[in-house]
Design a protein around this ligand. Sequence first.
Ligand code: ADP
Length: 402
Amino acid sequence: MKFLIINSGSSSIKYQVIEMETETVLAVGLVERIGEEVGRLKSTFFPGTKAEAESVIEQPIPDHSSGMRLVIAGLTDKDKGVIGDTSEILAIGHRVVHGGEDFHSSTMITKEVMDAIQRNIPLAPLHNSANLDGIRVAMEIFPKVPQVAVFDTAFHQTMPPHAFMYALPYSLYEKDRVRRYGFHGTSHRFVAGECAFLLNKPLAECNLITIHLGNGCSMTAIENGRSVDTSLGMTPLEGLVMGTRSGDLDPAVHLFLQQNKGWDLETIDALLNKESGLKGLCGLNDMRDIHKAIESGDARAALALDVQTYRNRKYIGAYMAVLGRIDGIVFTAGIGENDAIVRAKSLKGLEAFGVRLDSAKNSQRCLGARCISSQDSTVQVFVIPTNEELAIAREVAGVVRG
Ligand code: ADP
């Protein structure tokens, strides 16, 4: 049973083909620069007994439809391909960024579902319209194959109003749907499920804090398996300090910048999303580069690390207060999975709350899921690799099976 997983961006399509019986990735690839003079498709095929093969194609790719057709041509290629023909794809999963309040779970795509994704475009203008492009193209190429939408926001739809409401005039919620939605839901849900497995407890009985630290960063408080609060907000800008995004700041900073620098709102929005966070503080947004800079005495890089990990610690403390009892804290994504220093600094001072790291286990480099807390820690701490595509594929399997 093979599934195709698609993450369609405004000028890109990421894809994977997954064999579901064994949860094996058969092919992974990225179409980039759609609509530019020269587009690019890079694919890696894992065709079982044949040797792993890589393929790079550079040619004009005018739109998503031609990009997708190029992907299919590669997948069905006689030499390198991993499927005989398109009929081997039994279901397609689409990552959709914003489901607004319409979607509490993954869902089979129908005309009504597409209309609802369209209605939510104002909440995520670039992402949702690109996701819709991907859906339309896949429906055109695979008209008979079930297609499932998996929303970044859906897992957080269980947040209670006291967590999702902003303290703004209520009409802005009623009329314009201004509220916290949260993102990275597929990742938080996936690592929560893996953590419950490691704790040997049903997810519905687990209280967890899941911390996704990649380019984008977010933290979620999970009570009895359900998201009850999360740090990203109406857009993916709020909360933790990210690679290039500021996270929390006084909303009056906007007004100050407008009045004192004469910047318009688009300029300020770009500044907060693309020039802030770690990059804003020290000029570097990759944590590996930041560590190298710290080693060579860069004080700004050290400050950036301090600001990010202090914010992490503040949120962990807040979510401990939200949850009361905690079974596990989980670190995931690029930084969370690989960076022992960030993990240790984020948990510094939490010993009084029963959180104790085993520094040898924390420093060990290892790819799999693992516990890094000491025997006497009352809260277990885990590193659990996230796998968004597999998480989407499992969601698709759930929806297709009904
Ligand atoms: P995305 O949010 O784009 O999916 P990832 O989860 O892959 O990103 O995280 C990417 C970030 O992870 C990089 O920018 C880098 O800061 C960080 N990262 C990746 N590998 C390491 C590593 N070995 N040590 C520290 N940080 C790392």
